[in-house]
Design a binder for this molecule. Structure first.
Ligand SMILES: [Zn+2]
Length: 208
Protein backbone atom coordinates (compact mmCIF):
# COMPACT_ATOMS: atom_id res chain seq x y z
CA UNK A 1 0.00 0.00 0.00
CA UNK A 2 1.17 3.47 -0.75
CA UNK A 3 0.21 5.47 2.28
CA UNK A 4 2.03 8.72 1.81
CA UNK A 5 1.22 9.32 -1.84
CA UNK A 6 -0.66 12.50 -2.60
CA UNK A 7 -2.43 13.50 -5.78
CA UNK A 8 -0.64 16.23 -7.67
CA UNK A 9 -3.86 18.20 -7.99
CA UNK A 10 -4.36 18.57 -4.23
CA UNK A 11 -4.24 22.24 -3.22
CA UNK A 12 -2.96 21.60 0.27
CA UNK A 13 0.08 19.66 -0.88
CA UNK A 14 3.04 19.63 1.47
CA UNK A 15 6.63 19.85 0.31
CA UNK A 16 8.64 17.10 1.94
CA UNK A 17 12.11 18.42 2.68
CA UNK A 18 15.35 16.49 2.68
CA UNK A 19 15.72 16.04 6.40
CA UNK A 20 12.18 15.67 7.65
CA UNK A 21 11.43 12.77 9.92
CA UNK A 22 7.98 11.30 10.45
CA UNK A 23 7.61 9.54 13.73
CA UNK A 24 4.85 8.50 16.09
CA UNK A 25 1.38 9.50 14.92
CA UNK A 26 2.21 11.45 11.78
CA UNK A 27 -0.42 11.66 9.04
CA UNK A 28 -0.34 13.77 5.89
CA UNK A 29 -3.32 14.56 3.63
CA UNK A 30 -7.02 13.79 3.78
CA UNK A 31 -6.71 10.07 3.02
CA UNK A 32 -3.50 9.32 4.87
CA UNK A 33 -3.21 6.65 7.52
CA UNK A 34 -1.16 6.92 10.67
CA UNK A 35 2.01 4.89 10.30
CA UNK A 36 3.92 4.12 13.46
CA UNK A 37 7.63 4.84 13.30
CA UNK A 38 7.73 5.65 9.60
CA UNK A 39 10.87 7.57 8.69
CA UNK A 40 12.44 9.24 5.71
CA UNK A 41 15.70 7.41 5.17
CA UNK A 42 18.71 9.76 4.98
CA UNK A 43 18.35 12.22 2.11
CA UNK A 44 17.18 9.64 -0.40
CA UNK A 45 13.41 10.35 -0.18
CA UNK A 46 12.87 6.71 0.71
CA UNK A 47 10.25 5.98 3.37
CA UNK A 48 10.52 2.97 5.66
CA UNK A 49 7.78 1.58 7.89
CA UNK A 50 6.28 -1.65 9.25
CA UNK A 51 3.20 -2.98 7.49
CA UNK A 52 0.62 -5.36 9.01
CA UNK A 53 1.01 -9.02 8.04
CA UNK A 54 -1.12 -10.29 5.14
CA UNK A 55 -3.91 -12.67 6.10
CA UNK A 56 -3.03 -16.05 4.57
CA UNK A 57 -5.76 -18.05 6.34
CA UNK A 58 -7.43 -19.23 3.10
CA UNK A 59 -4.16 -20.40 1.50
CA UNK A 60 -3.03 -21.84 4.81
CA UNK A 61 -6.19 -23.96 4.99
CA UNK A 62 -6.55 -25.05 1.35
CA UNK A 63 -2.99 -25.24 -0.04
CA UNK A 64 -1.81 -28.21 2.12
CA UNK A 65 -5.04 -30.12 1.33
CA UNK A 66 -4.73 -29.56 -2.43
CA UNK A 67 -0.98 -30.22 -2.67
CA UNK A 68 -1.18 -33.36 -0.47
CA UNK A 69 -4.08 -34.79 -2.47
CA UNK A 70 -3.11 -33.88 -6.06
CA UNK A 71 0.56 -32.89 -5.94
CA UNK A 72 2.27 -29.67 -7.01
CA UNK A 73 2.50 -30.58 -10.71
CA UNK A 74 -1.21 -31.34 -11.21
CA UNK A 75 -2.29 -28.19 -9.36
CA UNK A 76 0.14 -26.11 -11.43
CA UNK A 77 -1.05 -27.55 -14.77
CA UNK A 78 -4.72 -27.21 -13.71
CA UNK A 79 -4.04 -23.60 -12.71
CA UNK A 80 -2.55 -22.68 -16.10
CA UNK A 81 -5.30 -24.50 -18.05
CA UNK A 82 -8.03 -22.93 -15.91
CA UNK A 83 -6.51 -19.46 -16.33
CA UNK A 84 -6.25 -19.77 -20.14
CA UNK A 85 -9.72 -21.35 -20.43
CA UNK A 86 -11.03 -18.53 -18.22
CA UNK A 87 -9.55 -15.81 -20.47
CA UNK A 88 -10.94 -17.55 -23.58
CA UNK A 89 -14.40 -17.95 -22.01
CA UNK A 90 -14.44 -14.36 -20.72
CA UNK A 91 -13.67 -13.14 -24.26
CA UNK A 92 -16.44 -15.39 -25.57
CA UNK A 93 -18.87 -14.01 -22.98
CA UNK A 94 -17.80 -10.47 -23.83
CA UNK A 95 -18.37 -11.15 -27.53
CA UNK A 96 -21.78 -12.72 -26.77
CA UNK A 97 -22.89 -9.73 -24.69
CA UNK A 98 -21.76 -7.20 -27.28
CA UNK A 99 -22.49 -8.73 -30.70
CA UNK A 100 -21.47 -5.56 -32.51
CA UNK A 101 -17.92 -6.04 -31.20
CA UNK A 102 -17.59 -9.04 -33.53
CA UNK A 103 -17.39 -6.80 -36.53
CA UNK A 104 -14.58 -4.83 -35.00
CA UNK A 105 -12.28 -7.81 -34.42
CA UNK A 106 -9.60 -7.35 -37.00
CA UNK A 107 -7.17 -9.92 -35.63
CA UNK A 108 -7.86 -13.34 -37.12
CA UNK A 109 -7.43 -15.45 -34.01
CA UNK A 110 -10.10 -13.43 -32.16
CA UNK A 111 -12.57 -14.46 -34.85
CA UNK A 112 -12.35 -18.10 -33.75
CA UNK A 113 -13.82 -17.19 -30.35
CA UNK A 114 -17.40 -18.48 -30.32
CA UNK A 115 -20.33 -16.25 -29.50
CA UNK A 116 -23.47 -17.31 -27.58
CA UNK A 117 -25.76 -14.25 -27.68
CA UNK A 118 -28.47 -15.85 -25.50
CA UNK A 119 -26.08 -17.01 -22.79
CA UNK A 120 -23.66 -14.10 -22.63
CA UNK A 121 -23.96 -13.52 -18.88
CA UNK A 122 -23.65 -17.25 -18.14
CA UNK A 123 -20.60 -17.68 -20.39
CA UNK A 124 -18.98 -14.56 -18.92
CA UNK A 125 -19.64 -15.80 -15.34
CA UNK A 126 -18.21 -19.26 -16.08
CA UNK A 127 -15.14 -17.58 -17.59
CA UNK A 128 -14.70 -15.42 -14.52
CA UNK A 129 -14.96 -18.47 -12.20
CA UNK A 130 -12.36 -20.37 -14.27
CA UNK A 131 -10.06 -17.34 -14.25
CA UNK A 132 -10.34 -16.91 -10.45
CA UNK A 133 -9.82 -20.67 -9.92
CA UNK A 134 -6.70 -20.53 -12.13
CA UNK A 135 -5.29 -17.58 -10.17
CA UNK A 136 -6.05 -19.40 -6.90
CA UNK A 137 -4.26 -22.60 -8.02
CA UNK A 138 -1.22 -20.57 -9.07
CA UNK A 139 -1.29 -18.76 -5.70
CA UNK A 140 -1.34 -22.20 -4.01
CA UNK A 141 1.82 -23.13 -5.96
CA UNK A 142 3.50 -19.83 -5.02
CA UNK A 143 2.51 -20.29 -1.35
CA UNK A 144 3.84 -23.87 -1.38
CA UNK A 145 7.18 -22.79 -2.85
CA UNK A 146 7.62 -19.88 -0.42
CA UNK A 147 6.77 -22.00 2.64
CA UNK A 148 8.83 -25.06 1.66
CA UNK A 149 11.87 -25.33 3.95
CA UNK A 150 15.06 -25.92 1.98
CA UNK A 151 16.89 -27.04 5.13
CA UNK A 152 14.60 -29.74 6.54
CA UNK A 153 12.55 -30.17 3.32
CA UNK A 154 9.14 -29.96 4.98
CA UNK A 155 6.17 -28.64 3.00
CA UNK A 156 4.33 -25.61 4.42
CA UNK A 157 7.00 -25.23 7.11
CA UNK A 158 7.49 -21.47 7.23
CA UNK A 159 5.35 -19.06 9.25
CA UNK A 160 5.78 -15.33 8.97
CA UNK A 161 7.24 -13.80 12.14
CA UNK A 162 6.80 -10.13 12.94
CA UNK A 163 5.37 -7.47 10.66
CA UNK A 164 7.05 -7.03 7.27
CA UNK A 165 9.44 -4.12 6.61
CA UNK A 166 8.35 -1.80 3.82
CA UNK A 167 10.54 0.64 1.91
CA UNK A 168 8.90 3.07 -0.50
CA UNK A 169 11.14 4.61 -3.14
CA UNK A 170 9.86 7.40 -5.38
CA UNK A 171 10.23 6.80 -9.12
CA UNK A 172 9.43 8.85 -12.22
CA UNK A 173 5.95 7.31 -12.43
CA UNK A 174 5.11 6.93 -8.73
CA UNK A 175 6.57 4.60 -6.11
CA UNK A 176 8.40 1.30 -5.83
CA UNK A 177 7.32 -0.58 -2.73
CA UNK A 178 9.63 -3.32 -1.47
CA UNK A 179 8.16 -5.46 1.31
CA UNK A 180 10.53 -7.81 3.13
CA UNK A 181 8.91 -10.73 4.95
CA UNK A 182 10.73 -12.72 7.65
CA UNK A 183 9.81 -16.42 7.84
CA UNK A 184 10.70 -19.07 10.41
CA UNK A 185 10.46 -22.86 9.94
CA UNK A 186 8.28 -24.48 12.59
CA UNK A 187 10.23 -27.76 12.30
CA UNK A 188 13.92 -26.74 12.30
CA UNK A 189 13.78 -23.03 13.31
CA UNK A 190 15.56 -21.98 10.10
CA UNK A 191 14.76 -18.36 9.20
CA UNK A 192 14.77 -16.63 5.85
CA UNK A 193 13.56 -13.39 4.31
CA UNK A 194 11.90 -12.90 0.99
CA UNK A 195 11.21 -9.62 -0.76
CA UNK A 196 8.05 -8.68 -2.62
CA UNK A 197 8.38 -5.75 -5.02
CA UNK A 198 5.49 -3.77 -6.48
CA UNK A 199 5.28 -0.57 -8.44
CA UNK A 200 2.50 2.00 -8.02
CA UNK A 201 1.63 5.11 -9.97
CA UNK A 202 1.25 8.51 -8.32
CA UNK A 203 -2.42 7.80 -7.55
CA UNK A 204 -1.56 4.58 -5.72
CA UNK A 205 -2.74 2.19 -8.48
CA UNK A 206 -0.77 -1.04 -8.77
CA UNK A 207 1.29 -1.09 -11.98
CA UNK A 208 3.04 -4.43 -11.51
ZN1 LIG B 1 12.93 -26.46 8.29
Amino acid sequence: MVFLTKKKSDDNSVKIGKNNIFQGDTAIGANSKIIKDSIIIDNSQKIRYKSPKKDTTILNNFAPLLITKYGRKKIGISGIISLLAGIFTILSGFKSLLPQVQNNFSIDFLNIIPSFPQFGVLVFSIGLCLFILGIFFLKVIEYHDITWCEKCEHDFAYDEIGDPDVVETPTRFGYNVETTHTLKCKYCDNTKTYPEIHEYDKEGNLLR
